[in-house]
Write a protein that binds this ligand. Structure first.
Ligand SMILES: [Zn+2]
Length: 88
């Protein structure tokens, strides 16, 4: 049931992965163990790391995009408010 203790295979090459590090974090009063898995193939792991980095960047960009849109929306609302004030 617990995939953290049983380990898993690399999603890229299917080779078994091994735990390189574990750390515990307290989440909502329960301790959760996070394990960092790495592929046995260092070349493959390099690719995995690259993909992870890309994913992170993508997520960051999406977040930035959302924040920008939110700011634009606020700006439009503010401008409309100002417009209305001017019209009065
Ligand atoms: Zn691999």
């Amino acid at each position: 049931m617990n995939s953290i203790t049983t380990g898993s295979n690399c999603t890229r090459c299917g080779k078994p992965r091994f735990a390189v590090s574990t750390h515990e974090e307290k989440i909502d009063n329960s301790v959760v163990t996070f394990t960092q898995w790495e592929c046995k193939d260092p070349e493959c792991q390099k690719e995995v790391n690259k993909e992870l980095k890309n994913e992170k960047n993508k997520r960051k960009n999406i977040l930035k995009e959302q924040q920008k849109r939110e700011e634009d929306r606020k700006k439009v609302i503010e401008e409309k408010k100002l417009q209305r004030l001017k019209e009065k």
